[in-house]
Design a protein around this ligand. Structure first.
Ligand code: FVH
Length: 321
């Protein structure tokens, strides 16, 4: 069942799903329920309270509700009471299995019907698709979300919150979701937010490890990590971001002209990094992996192409040739 179709038949019955007034300032913050008060759920509820939303909370372990109750949150005795309190239900628990455990009794009692369920729990795209179908089968609109920050970043409009699933739910609740961070709607396919989330975390971990490898290299000569990072950030934001902007259309076109720097010249350059790190006793697993990947691209005929051609190796195209 399609969540959007399901809810197209249901008139909005909650104050927070009424059309927004002309100016956001004139809009009265609507009621929100937050299920799961771990580090992230508590941050979400705290920001919503701070923005004046009547906020109902529920957590498996009741002690975590206390600080929010002290700030004016309504504490629900059961998940069913929590869901009944608001048209918009945000969930942020450990994983999808935990959320299903919490919401199953609510759903079978008809408690999810007409609600907008926004699931900010991390998971795989396939789990999001399954959860969307499950929510729709119980009459709820479903949005899957990916939070691209840690708890201290919640409420900062520079931080991205990724959403996919019911566009109707997204549009209806956009002003509330904007209190948490910049809300980006990626499309109706429920798994998209989770897919982007995983892709961006992969990028982050690769960047973290590359930065720490470089930090180990320069701190071996007495430079501080703070001094190196000042220079590294200029490199990332000034030059590397420009390379990505150049290479993205090459990937889209499947054509990677090596008119800035070729794979073969970068294979030669990475040897200098490997040599310098080895001489200082620094682990070279990451650059060795990068070099091996570039060599596979070169062996497949991309030696004179740009670094963007490595995508062919990553997609498995080289291995299948
Ligand atoms: N913390 C972060 O920076 C990241 C940022 C990106 C998104 N993640 C995801 O958010 C989910 C929750 O993460 P968290 O950091 O809030 O995690 P915890 O502080 O460990 O809180 C976990 C909550 O889940 C509840 N819970 C666990 N198992 C169950 C269950 N079987 N039934 C009901 N609730 C359950 C737990 O309850 P309790 O232990 O307090 O009773 C907490 O409320 C997660 O998907 C991250 O990947 C956060």
């Amino acid at each position: 069942m399609n969540p959007q179709n399901t809810n197209a038949q249901r008139p909005d019955t909650h104050p927070d799903t009424h059309p927004a007034p002309a100016t956001p300032q004139a809009r009265t913050p609507g009621p929100v329920t937050v299920i799961g008060l771990g580090l992230m759920g508590s941050a979400l509820a705290g920001v919503l309270l701070g923005r004046g939303h009547p906020t109902t909370v529920w957590n498996r372990t009741p002690q975590k509700e206390k600080p929010l109750a002290g700030r004016g949150a309504q504490v629900a005795a059961t998940p069913r009471d929590a869901v009944a309190a608001s048209g918009l239900v945000l969930a942020c628990v450990l994983d999808y299995a935990a959320l299903r455990t919490v919401l199953h009794p609510v759903a079978t009692a008809g408690g999810l019907a007409g609600k907008s369920l926004v699931n900010l729990t991390s998971g795989a795209p396939e789990q999001a698709v399954e959860m969307a179908a499950w929510a729709a089968s119980h009459g709820a609109r479903y949005l899957d979300g990916g939070i691209m920050t840690t708890p201290p970043g919640v409420g900062d409009p520079r931080m991205m919150f990724l959403y996919s699933g019911s566009q109707a739910a997204f549009e209806a609740h956009r002003p509330t979701l904007a209190a948490l961070g910049d809300p980006l709607f990626l499309g109706a396919e429920p798994g998209l937010a989770s897919l982007y989330d995983s892709a961006l975390l992969g990028l982050m971990w690769a960047a973290f490890t590359g930065w720490l490898h470089g930090t180990a290299l320069v701190t071996s000569e007495g430079t501080t990590a703070t001094d190196f990072t000042r220079v590294a950030l200029r490199w990332l934001t000034g030059a590397v971001s420009g390379f990505l902007t150049t290479y993205a259309p090459q990937v889209d076109a499947g054509h990677h002209p090596g008119d800035d720097a070729t794979i073969d010249v970068q294979i030669a350059a990475i040897d200098h990094l490997i040599h310098a790190a080895h001489a200082r006793g620094i682990d070279n697993s990451l650059p060795q992996l990068l070099k091996a990947t570039m060599e596979r691209a070169s062996a497949a005929g991309h030696g004179s192409d740009s670094y963007a051609s490595v995508i062919e190796v990553l997609r498995g195209g080289v291995a299948h040739r």
